[in-house]
Design a protein around this ligand. Structure first.
Ligand code: PXG
Length: 465
């Protein structure tokens, strides 16, 4: 076989891709017909494809390339570590320097007494760890019946059987026999879509109270933990009403329910603080981390737990671990990523400068005839597309039809912005500059204008009855 390189014609690469590569979350037959866009390189916030087009990456890969593309320091850290110690495990009474240093660094950055990390290769694995760990924790405390984890509809916690069961994506549960037992879902705090006649504040409280009702229904002695993203990411960048999290925290405290904050997206600067829990005022017992930990340069994630939690688990031989838990190369790269983020003040920059600027511009999109809600915290943001902003109406067309059209117009304008149903979301690299924010906003506006024209032409600009 001839070498497959960046220099091959796009069509040949696409044909080989279609022949042998199964894409996640895709209809592979449809994709094969049009051919996947081949991304060949990236620098800063821009991707380049095999046709030489440059694309502004409004999604930081998959919500993860916080530091931006093309940082040689991370490549060098990986190369150094590969030469010195490419792999060793930490299962059998051994450890190594990168994992020691990274665990200590995470303890320094994490709020409160979240000082101990169990490593994984990504967020799904880390949430599987959490599921087993909270049950093991309660059993060790003499309360083995506390095994139910409460989560939320439209949450995303990963794709493995355990983590997808924790998640609340109905279309995922439909495939492969999920959710597994002892996972219970309550409703999400999505005021725009589900708030009815309530004010956001009333609605936030009502949705938080569903947690209390679930605990009372299921029995306090049965519930181990509540898991949630501080701000739902894959669910559509749903920023909860201000009343929601304080009430959730009160309920978890009152009933001694462990609180797991899934920081896979919100962590490492995304919300303008190191962790979303700080921005939202949450005191978790466990944080799930991944993505921005290494800015996606290496697959790594973990579960960060408090001193109190770790003290209980320390007494148990926890029969759990992954070959790549604390992988030395991934750990070395993550450390270098965190060093750069700290030294360059990237989180402060998002909180004080670029985040507020992006927010100001993002909210101006609310004057577009098809845009209802505009939500943004730090550098994660969403727009609700609607045929009638006053009534917060959904489109009459199948959910996601208009969102998909908008995503296509973004692609055509060399901007990656995702759609979640008829909500548009961005999560750009945290190094996005003021000038790049202007480019992003102008491409979003063009894409919205083009979508609006298409939607009207197709007779789709009408509300569901
Ligand atoms: N928790 C959260 C909050 C996530 O967003 C995971 C866990 C799972 O992490 P891993 O590393 O196992 O993928 C995620 C991942 C999307 C999309 O379409 C989002 C994620 C993954 C894939 C697609 O928005 N988030």
């Amino acid at each position: 076989m001839t070498a497959i390189t960046n220099h091959m014609p796009t069509a040949e690469l696409q044909a080989l891709d279609a022949a042998h590569h199964i894409h996640p979350f895709s209809n592979n037959a449809e994709l094969a017909k049009k051919g996947a866009r081949v991304i060949t390189r990236a620098k800063g916030v821009y991707l380049t494809d095999s046709e030489g087009e440059t694309i502004l990456d409004g999604m930081a890969g998959l919500w993860c390339v916080n530091i931006g593309y093309g940082r040689d320091e991370l490549a060098e850290a990986a190369a150094r570590q590969m030469k010195e110690l490419p792999y060793y495990n930490t299962f059998f009474q051994t450890t190594h320097v990168p994992v020691i240093a990274l665990a200590a660094k995470i303890a320094e950055l994490a709020p409160g007494n979240l000082n101990h990390t169990f490593f994984a290769a990504g967020g799904s694995e880390a949430n599987d760890t959490n599921l087993r760990m909270v049950r093991t924790y309660w059993a060790a405390k003499g309360k083995p019946t506390k095994s139910i984890v409460i989560s939320r509809i439209n949450a995303y916690h990963g794709s493995s059987v355990g983590s997808a069961s924790l998640g609340g994506m109905v279309h995922m549960h439909e495939q492969g026999g999920m959710p597994i037992p002892d996972i219970h879902h309550i409703n999400q705090p999505n005021w725009w879509a589900e708030g009815g006649d309530m004010t956001p504040e009333e609605f936030g409280l009502a949705r938080a109270h569903e947690l209390e009702e679930a605990i009372l229904d299921l029995g306090e002695d049965r519930v181990a933990a509540f898991i949630a993203e501080p701000i739902q990411g894959a669910g559509g960048v749903i920023v909860p009403p201000a009343t929601y999290w304080p009430e959730i925290q009160r309920i978890c405290d009152k009933y001694e329910i462990l609180l797991i904050a899934d920081e896979v997206i919100c962590g490492f600067g995304r919300t303008g603080n190191w962790f979303g829990s700080e921005t939202l005022g949450i005191r978790p017992d466990i944080m799930t981390i991944a993505k921005g930990l290494s800015s996606g340069y290496q697959p790594i994630g973990g579960s960060v737990v408090t001193d109190e939690f770790a003290a209980v688990m320390d007494e148990v031989e926890f029969n759990h671990g992954y070959t790549y838990s604390g992988h030395p190369v991934a750990a070395a790269v993550a450390l270098e990523n965190l060093r750069i983020m700290e030294e360059e003040g990237i989180v402060d920059q998002v909180r004080d400068v670029t985040g507020p600027y992006l927010a100001e511009k993002w909210h101006t999109l609310g004057d577009h005839p098809m845009v209802g809600d505009t939500q943004i915290v730090g550098m994660m943001a969403s727009l609700a597309l609607t045929p009638d902003k006053n009534s917060r109406a959904k489109f009459a067309s199948a959910p996601g039809t208009v969102g998909y059209m908008c995503r296509d117009r973004c692609f055509a304008n060399n901007l990656i912005m995702r759609h979640v149903g008829d909500r548009m979301v961005i999560s750009p690299p945290l190094v996005l500059s003021i000038d790049e924010i202007d480019v992003l906003i102008s491409r979003v506006r063009t894409a919205l204008d083009e979508t609006y024209a298409q939607v009207k032409d197709a007779g789709l600009f009408k509300p569901a009855s």
